[in-house]
Design a protein. Structure first.
Length: 289
């Protein structure tokens, strides 16, 4: 596996892969790789000849109360996992390669970022859009695979690529879950055993909502009330539970009736650890086994 740390050498390596006749797939990550990330690599393999993985903890997507310095950075283990999975090229730049001294440009996707994580993490999606635009520019023509656990992020990236006319096909991969239904996340490592048990209320709540929707319930009020009861009973601190249009990420009115599909997105704290999860009612299976 080739490892590059400078933006220019990474760009040249991607161009060399394409010149050799290989289709390139990009899996952008912040490292601390787990089975969910590796599932994205496997999905990328199904769409391309050469998979490239970026490992970069992006400082611009961290808010003032979020500790960028404490984010896990097990780079050697991450590189070993990539090599074992058959990754052709890893890009592990220092911050100054992505944000050189004097840089002033930021990318903002309006509308899609107004609600959900956008309202509770101001500036987050501007940081995400900026770093993804930079990665797409350096990688060039490719397929890019993102997980649907960060559903709002996926929609932001899809819109970014489309609006800017970038030669990137964005693919969303279904959420990868633990055997007990908890969505795989690097943040799960921060949970104590008690907090881990509490966190299972999140997929339980989504499963309850899925079951109610399948049984014919269409009231936003009823579905959200059921979700909140389960989260509150587990003594999680709810950040948000929102039903929204799955394409535009626009929240549905509290008294609205769901038509054919709706995104149910949830964020809650187990202790100090913020966890997110979602299901598209009318499209996704229930999270719980």
């Amino acid at each position: 596996m080739q490892v590059e740390r400078s933006a220019q050498s990474y760009r040249e390596a991607c161009e060399a892969l394409r010149r050799s006749g290989q289709r390139v797939a990009l899996v952008p990550t912040m490292g601390a790789l787990h089975a969910g990330h590796l599932a994205l690599v496997d999905e990328a393999k199904r769409h391309a000849d050469a998979v490239v993985v970026s490992i970069f903890v992006n400082p611009t997507q961290f808010g003032p109360t979020e500790d960028y310095t404490k984010y896990p950075r097990p780079l050697e283990a991450d590189l070993a996992a990539c090599a074992e999975r058959g990754v052709a090229l890893a890009f592990c730049p220092p911050v100054e390669e992505i944000y050189p001294e004097g840089e002033r440009t930021r990318v903002r996707v309006e509308g899609l970022t107004d609600h959900l994580c956008g309202s509770s993490r101001p500036g987050h999606f501007e940081g995400v859009a900026t770093v993804v635009a930079k990665l797409f520019g350096l990688t060039g023509k490719c397929v890019a695979v993102f997980g649907r656990k960060d559903y709002q992020q996926l929609k932001v990236v899809e819109r970014l690529a489309r609006d800017l006319g970038l030669p990137v096909e964005v693919i969303g991969h279904p959420i990868v879950r633990e055997a007990d239904g908890l969505a795989r996340s690097s943040r799960n490592a921060y949970l104590s055993s008690d907090q881990r048990s509490q966190a299972l209320a999140i997929p339980r709540a989504l499963t309850e909502a899925t079951a109610r929707f399948a049984a014919g319930e269409r009231s936003c009020t009823e579905i959200l009330s059921a979700v909140r009861r389960i989260v509150d009973a587990a003594e999680l601190r709810l950040d948000y539970a929102v039903l929204a249009d799955p394409s535009e990420i626009t929240p549905l009115a509290q008294d609205a009736q769901i038509s054919s599909r709706a995104l149910l997105a949830l964020a809650a704290f187990a202790g100090a650890t913020r966890l997110i999860d979602n299901v598209v009612l009318g499209e996704d299976p229930a999270p719980q086994p």
